[in-house]
Write a protein that binds this ligand. Structure first.
Ligand SMILES: NC(=O)C1=CN([C@@H]2O[C@H](COP(=O)(O)OP(=O)(O)OC[C@H]3O[C@@H](n4cnc5c(N)ncnc54)[C@H](OP(=O)(O)O)[C@@H]3O)[C@@H](O)[C@H]2O)C=CC1
Ligand SMILES: O=C(O)[C@@H]1CCC=N1
Length: 286
């Protein structure tokens, strides 16, 4: 979508947590002109250097969460962006401050809507999301589930926020863990593959720049081929693989390490780990 077609969300949005994921979303929202920098506040726990960095880089408001309780009590949208281990304390603190119409958007892996509402101590409208860091450049992939309390307007705010930074898909909440295994954590698997390809090129005698450029273009080209041709990855793979040729020999080596099943096992383990983190947070209720 072009920048001109983006909807400007004339709404104040507060990021509760100001790390990698919060920055990815903020950068995407600002560069795509969806939210004005002056309408964004980014709060963290204590890191002042980070606050200065973010306000210089994006011209957003920044602050320390514990010193911004009045702000948190009045902002219409709060995006929870802290690590799972920090979420229970933050939600407990937030609960008594909120009014019923404030929207909570969570990006926290594993943390269920039910646990969030229990920790808040109230049936707040909640959007549970699983974005990824490619939101930074507008190529994110976000999964969403909504609590029943959410209004049409709040739903549309969340959709506008995440559609501005990539594609969005709504799923039943219990599918967000497997979605984390594919698109939430997925960029890390692709980067790991790229690290290995670059290392192989360097070990084979290419310069590191050549190896990097070739790897980047190869991953970009392969992804675009799937997107633009509409063909299945299996068909495109077969087009590269001459019988008895070099690619087939390479793929055989990958299969000796059970590449296909290992990737599936990694996705499943990611989903399982997300559920474990969710269960630990549920355990915090006791
Ligand atoms: N990184 C990713 O690719 C993705 C991450 N996520 C989810 O995003 C969340 C954040 O991850 P990420 O951005 O990588 O984490 P980071 O460690 O980069 O950032 C965490 C932020 O939370 C802040 N924080 C901690 N406790 C509090 C608190 N009580 N009140 C306010 N702020 C607090 C930290 O502040 P300070 O530095 O001052 O301690 C820091 O700014 C996680 O829950 C993760 O599951 C979801 C999808 C993808
Ligand atoms: O590693 C994590 O737990 C988070 C979830 C998705 C990406 N990062």
């Amino acid at each position: 979508m072009s920048q001109e077609q983006q909807t400007l969300l004339q709404q104040k949005i507060t990021f509760h947590g100001a790390g990698a994921m919060a920055e990815a979303i903020v950068r995407g929202l600002i560069s795509r002109l969806v939210v004005r920098p002056q309408d964004i506040t980014m709060l963290n726990r204590s890191n002042q250097k980070r606050q200065e960095e973010l306000s210089t880089r994006y011209a957003v408001h920044t602050g320390t969460a514990s010193q911004s309780l009045d702000h948190l009590a009045s902002t219409p949208v709060i995006v929870l962006c802290m690590k799972p281990k920090d979420a229970a304390a933050a939600l407990r603190e937030l609960g008594p401050l909120l009014s019923p119409d404030q929207l909570i958007v969570s990006v926290i892996a594993g943390l269920s809507i039910r646990t969030m509402q229990s920790l808040l101590g109230r049936k707040q409208p909640i959007a549970r999301t699983m974005p990824n860091t490619s939101s930074t450049i507008g190529l994110g992939a976000t999964g969403l589930a909504f609590s029943t309390e959410i209004t049409d307007e709040q739903r549309s705010t969340v959709m506008t926020m995440f559609e501005a930074v990539g594609i969005v898909t709504i799923v039943p909440e219990d599918k967000l863990e497997v979605l984390t295994g594919i698109s939430g954590s997925g960029p890390a698997y692709v980067y790991y593959l790229m690290e290995a390809m670059i290392a192989a090129g360097i070990r084979g005698g290419l310069s590191s720049q050549q190896s990097r450029d070739l790897t980047v273009q190869t991953v970009l080209g392969a992804s675009r081929m799937v997107q633009q041709t509409g063909l299945e990855p299996m068909k495109l793979r077969s087009d590269v693989t001459s019988p008895g040729g070099a690619t087939q020999a390479a793929l055989k080596t990958l299969d000796e390490g059970d590449f296909f099943e290992n990737v599936i096992a990694a996705v499943n383990r990611c989903a399982e780990r997300s559920r474990e983190m969710g269960a630990a947070l549920e355990g915090d209720l006791k």
